[in-house]
Design a protein around this ligand. Structure first.
Ligand code: ZN
Length: 166
């Protein structure tokens, strides 16, 4: 039997999400606040269904777009970074790094349960949101790859394989 595998890929222009962020690095450095027009591409691998496709392109587009739209035009805050304590109130989000302090309106922020807002961890966060969403719709991909490009020619890919895939 031939070893055939299929995947579908969507990387729509509408997936672009514009966000502010900064990351910490090398244990004692912190980037200045800046932004990216992040681009997302997602690949889903699995067997062909009765329609002879892996997954409906339009459904995959819509589910991905719902997540990127949540992030678009927000400040991304990493909640698990020990170097940047975050204090959240009803109205504001206060972030500290050493002597630096930023205060953002609460509604302008997305609070992410990740260690740093690197492209790698953003890709992982979006991928898990998408996997949960797809599973709630009774579709369990075998493999999912999610790419986040933060600048032209500069991207990170998160590769996920279901534990019961093969
Ligand atoms: Zn950046």
């Amino acid at each position: 039997m031939p070893n055939e595998r299929f995947h579908v890929r969507v990387a729509k222009e509408s997936f672009i999400f514009s966000c502010g962020h900064f990351i910490t690095l090398d244990g004692n450095q912190c980037e200045r606040l800046h932004g990216h027009n992040y681009r997302v591409g997602v690949e889903v691998e699995g067997p062909l269904d009765e329609n002879h496709y892996v997954f409906d392109f339009l459904a995959l587009r819509d589910r991905t777009l719902a997540i990127t739209t949540e992030l678009d035009h927000h400040m991304l805050i990493a909640m698990r970074n020990p170097l940047i304590p975050v204090v959240v109130t009803a109205k504001s989000v206060r972030v500290n790094f050493g002597d630096k302090e930023w205060i953002f309106p609460r509604g302008d922020c997305v609070l992410l349960e990740i260690e740093n807002t690197t492209a790698e961890l953003l890709a992982k966060w979006i991928a898990h949101r998408l996997i949960d969403d797809l599973r709630s719709r009774h579709f369990s991909p075998q493999i999912l790859r999610l790419e986040v490009e933060e600048n032209i020619g500069q991207s990170a890919v998160f590769h996920w394989t279901a534990t019961d895939a093969f």
